[in-house]
Design a protein around this ligand. Structure first.
Ligand code: PRP
Length: 211
């Protein structure tokens, strides 16, 4: 790689919001629709970008294979990644919550079965409540688990609440507020400080204006 900062962008629900934020910060990238290119640059060729599955971004950034990235705090807390978090980008806002069937009373005292993409976060949450639970790790469409009897409740992201509502479920308890963070590799923070600080101040201005 050359001296440019290599930045990971999350595929999926955060991608459009990330591109929109970058565009407001003066970092413009061409439409990547349908492209199979792994690396691309912004139009001013200030940065190099790579699109990754969100769950892989902290792994690459912690190792130093990628300098920086945009990722949700849900994933950061789940992986407990050792990276710098210089900025809350205030996009991708939602919450992590315990949810279950709307017509059932749920007590944390039972031996609850909990389906989730966030096994460590869920285990931590129920441990703090002295609740003995059995965690079932899933990779998506978690809301279906209680409907099919795989679990009693779920721990999942709630944004509009529509998925829960349309599937006869309700929030039982909020766990935490979620938003996307800029993360930076600890070594890159020092040896590429000029580029990193440039990126932070470009984003910082927009985040401040948006807040
Ligand atoms: C997320 C989350 C919920 C849904 C919540 O899923 O896991 O399923 O969005 O959004 P809502 O409250 O606005 O309905 P995502 O779309 O990321 O896909 P997934 O189910 O495959 O994880």
């Amino acid at each position: 790689m050359n001296g440019k900062l290599l930045v990971a962008l999350p595929k999926g629900r955060l991608f459009d919001q990330s591109v929109n934020l970058m565009s407001k910060a003066g970092i413009r990238i061409a439409d990547q629709d349908g492209s199979r290119l792994l690396f691309f640059e912004d139009q001013d060729q200030q940065f190099e970008f790579v699109m990754l599955k969100p769950v892989d971004i902290p792994v690459y950034v912690e190792s130093g294979a990628i300098d920086a990235g945009i990722v949700g705090s849900d994933i950061l807390r789940e992986l407990d990644s050792d990276v710098n978090e210089p900025l809350d980008l205030q996009i991708g806002r939602c919450k992590l919550a315990v949810a279950g069937p709307a017509d059932k009373e749920v007590s944390y005292q039972q031996n609850l079965k909990v389906a989730t993409k966030y096994p460590r976060t869920a285990a931590r949450f129920f441990r703090e409540r002295n609740a003995h639970v059995h965690i079932v790790k899933l990779d998506g469409s978690v809301e279906i688990a209680p409907l099919l009897g795989l679990s009693d409740v779920i721990v999942d992201l709630v944004e509009t609440g529509r998925t829960l509502r349309e599937n006869g479920m309700r929030v039982i308890e909020d766990i935490s507020q979620i938003s996307a963070k800029l993360i930076v590799n600890r070594t890159a923070m020092k040896i590429k400080s000029q580029q990193v600080n440039g990126l932070i101040s470009q984003f910082d201005r927009v985040v401040y204006e948006n807040s």
